[in-house]
Each structure stands twice: as structure tokens, then as C-alpha cells.
Design a protein around this ligand. Structure first.
Ligand code: CTP
Length: 403
């Protein structure tokens, strides 16, 4: 799966002959599952039509601050466009546009959007060889890179002028591969390994019965996916759960009981940088598992339970370099109890969800959390989808490990 899947890409097209290649560029992004919006400088429309690009991108194409033919004269808001994008790409980027970008000129919608954009900006120069070599162009290229824009260098070959040399825009497929590689290499969890526990555990009573709980695994699976999307290699140790996950960076290890989860977690713990224990592990298990199905009788049945091993506490004890995160599901004295658990289990952070909050906890699609770190700083979040909560948790961890 491409890192660009689901990403919003703003493609700025300027007036170079290579503009005709942007039709393929848009197609390639769309094929990878990205969403594309196009802004054209007015002069670039001489090289490729907005109709082609809007058809391929399935979005309107913008080129002026407002459309004179539109009775409502709706304003094309450059700030909104700039904020919409996850990545902006200017291709082809002519010497004229590069010079304006380097100097903060914004006399068209594309330039104004570039100045407003907060996302990473890539640019693919395209011009004749002597223009590419010119000191003023070189100055623009250096300046733009010093502003942390990323250049996708022009290549050598035959140019529109008939001359041969450096200045050809990189081929659409190479532009896409360049951006994918660059995005991957800059992911905040690139090179990190994370252990995540998720779901319930089932503690067998006899061959057909068990003690379990209502945990669905949704929270842990959402955390695993978020971490993998940010470049982490994830070991997801899951109790019985219907959740599915398909990601090349996630290795799913299925377990059933607390003992099995304990073994698996200890097996991977040494090699990970971060461990997030979101599983709802049974605190007790039947002391003896009946080897045959227990027969119904007319008297009360007593099952003796013994405590399971606390995986989180055990990992806290043997912790070396790992950033260890636990969960606390509380019904009363929430903050106090969570802080106690944080200290007792030697955690770096704890995620508290209170069962008193509507929509939080087990088997729901939403959750409401407070994250407390080892210095007892706490941050509360609003009720959100578990996917959004997973992003908050991972962002907090990224901030803390980079602090
Ligand atoms: N946990 C664990 N192994 C266990 C029990 C809990 O790893 N055998 C982890 C959970 O995954 C979670 C945290 O510990 O991260 C939650 O602990 P919790 O069960 O709420 O607290 P307990 O220490 O069991 O205390 P209590 O049940 O009394 O609230």
C-alpha cells in the first residue's frame, strides 16, 4: 500500500511544455488512492486543458481568485486550499514561478496558495538548459530548498527547444516514486518497533467454556494501524477479536489466554522501542481447567480462580530503553487510580478512560481519554472515534519520545 493512499495532494501546474505530462501525474496519484486538486497558472492552460485535469482528478480545477463567468463570483480561497493539502507539488515549475516563489511574490492563485500552505512542498523544475544553469535560477532553487521545499531535480535529455541537456521535468512515475520515498523516509516512527496488545483474553473453564470480557480490540487495532501508517514496525498481540488488519508493517500474533499474551509480549519486548498495552487482560483465571465438559447438576457450581500474571507490571519491572504505555479503565477516583497504576507499574504514560464518560470504553466506536505522563502532566481529549483517539495517543507518544 502506498504512503500516499488517502492523502490530499495539491498539484500546481505552471506554463511549461511539460504541463502536458501532468495528466499522467494526476492519474498515477489517483491510482495510488490519493485525492488530487489542481491549481493552474492562467498561462499553463495553453499547454493542457482544465477539463482534462478536472476529469482525471474528479475535482474542479482552480486558476483564478474568482471565476468571472460564475454569477455568484465565488472566491477560490487560497488559504483553504493551502490548508486542505497534505502535500503540495508544483510540476512543472518554470523559472518564472520558481523565482516568484523564492521572493514571496503572489500575483496568482497558485503562488498565494503556495505561500499559505503549511504542508511539505515539492517542486519539479522544467525549463531549457541555459535557463536551468543560469545563476538567478540556481539562486531560486537554493533559496527554495533553504525554505525546506523539496526539489525533484530536472533530468537530462532532449528539450522542447531541440537542444539537449539538463532541464527536462522528471517523468511522472519518477516524481511519484520520489515523493513516496521522501514521505516514507520522514515518517515520525520510521525505524521504530512497537509492541501493542489488544482485545480480551479468554480463560478456559473446560473444553467449551471460558471467562471473557466485552473488549472488541477496536482501540488496539486502531493504534496499530496508526503507528504502522507512521512508519513503525508493529507487533500486534491480539486476544480473540473479529477485528481485521492488513498492513505490511503489522505482524499480528493471535493468542487466547492471559498466559499466552504474557509469553508473546515478553518474547517481543526486548526488541521494541515502544510498548502500548491496551488489551483487557483477565485478572483471574480458573485454577484448574476441567479436561472434560462440566456436566450440569442441580447444585451451585463453584469455580476457584487464581490471579493471572500482570503483563504490564512485569514489563515495567524489566524495562530498559522502552517507552511503556498502559491503559486504565476506571469507574471512580479515575485520575487518582490511574496515577497510582502509572507509578506502581513503572510506566512512561497511562491512557485513562472512565466508564463514567458516555461513549468511552468497551465495544463502542468512540472513546474519551486523558493521557498522564510519568511527571504527572495530564492532557484530556474530547469524545472522538477510536481511530481519532489512536492518532492522539500516537502523536502524544511521538512528542514525548522526541522531547
Ligand atoms: N494489564 C496487563 N496484564 C494483566 C492485567 C492488566 O497487562 N494481567 C494491563 C492492561 O492491558 C492495561 C492495564 O494493565 O494496560 C490495566 O490495568 P487494569 O486491569 O485496569 O488494572 P489492574 O492493575 O488490573 O487494577 P484493577 O483491575 O484493580 O483496576
Amino acid at each position: 500500500m502506498s504512503v500516499l493512499r488517502g492523502k490530499k495532494i495539491l498539484l500546481g501546474i505552471t506554463a511549461g511544455i511539460a504541463a502536458y505530462k501532468t495528466a499522467s501525474l494526476v492519474r498515477l496519484f489517483i491510482k495510488l488512492g490519493a485525492e488530487v486538486k489542481v491549481i493552474m497558472t492562467p498561462a499553463s492552460k495553453d499547454f493542457i486543458t482544465p477539463l482534462t485535469l478536472s476529469t482525471l482528478s474528479k475535482n474542479p480545477v482552480y486558476s483564478t481568485f474568482y471565476d468571472k463567468e460564475d454569477e455568484n463570483e465565488l472566491w477560490n480561497n487560497h488559504v483553504d486550499l493551502g490548508l486542505w493539502a497534505d502535500y503540495m507539488l508544483i510540476a512543472p515549475a518554470t523559472a518564472n514561478t520558481l523565482s516568484k516563489m523564492a521572493n514571496g511574490t503572489c500575483n496568482n492563485l497558485l503562488l498565494a496558495t503556495y505561500l499559505s500552505a503549511k504542508c511539505p512542498v515539492y517542486f519539479a523544475p522544467a525549463m531549457d538548459l541555459d535557463m536551468y544553469k543560469h545563476s538567478s535560477t540556481k539562486e531560486s532553487l537554493d533559496k527554495l530548498q533553504s525554505f525546506r521545499n523539496v526539489m525533484i531535480p530536472a533530468t537530462s535529455g532532449e528539450l522542447a527547444s531541440g537542444l539537449v541537456g539538463e532541464g527536462r521535468m522528471a517523468e511522472p512515475q519518477d516524481i511519484v516514486s520520489f515523493i513516496e520515498k521522501d514521505v516514507l523516509s520522514k515518517l515520525p516512527l520510521k525505524g521504530k518497533k512497537i509492541l501493542i496488545t489488544a482485545g480480551p483474553t479468554y480463560e478456559a473453564i473446560d473444553p467449551v467454556r471460558f471467562i471473557g470480557n466485552y473488549s472488541s480490540g477496536k482501540m488496539g487495532f486502531a493504534i496499530a494501524k496508526t503507528a504502522a501508517n507512521l512508519g513503525a514496525e508493529v507487533f500486534l498481540i491480539s486476544g480473540p477479536s473479529h477485528q481485521q488488519i492488513q498492513h505490511s508493517l503489522v505482524k499480528r500474533i493471535d493468542v487466547v489466554s492471559a498466559d499466552e499474551m504474557y509469553e508473546a509480549a515478553h518474547q517481543y519486548y526486548n526488541e521494541v522501542d515502544i510498548a502500548i498495552l491496551s488489551a483487557a487482560v483477565a485478572d483471574y483465571k480458573p485454577k484448574n481447567i476441567a479436561s472434560q465438559k462440566i456436566k450440569k447438576k442441580d447444585v451451585a457450581l463453584e469455580i476457584k480462580l487464581s490471579p493471572t500474571k500482570d503483563i504490564l507490571a512485569s514489563l515495567g519491572k524489566i524495562k530498559q530503553h522502552q517507552f511503556l504505555v498502559g491503559f486504565a479503565l476506571e469507574t471512580n477516583n479515575e485520575l487518582e487510580n490511574a496515577k497510582k497504576k502509572l507509578k506502581k507499574k513503572n510506566l512512561d504514560a497511562i491512557v485513562l478512560n472512565s466508564l463514567q464518560d458516555k461513549g468511552a470504553g468497551f465495544a463502542t466506536d468512540t472513546n474519551k481519554i486523558t493521557i498522564i505522563d510519568k511527571n504527572l502532566n495530564q492532557k484530556s481529549f474530547k469524545l472522538k472515534s477510536k481511530v481519532a483517539v489512536a492518532k492522539d495517543i500516537i502523536n502524544e507518544i511521538v512528542n514525548k519520545i522526541n522531547a
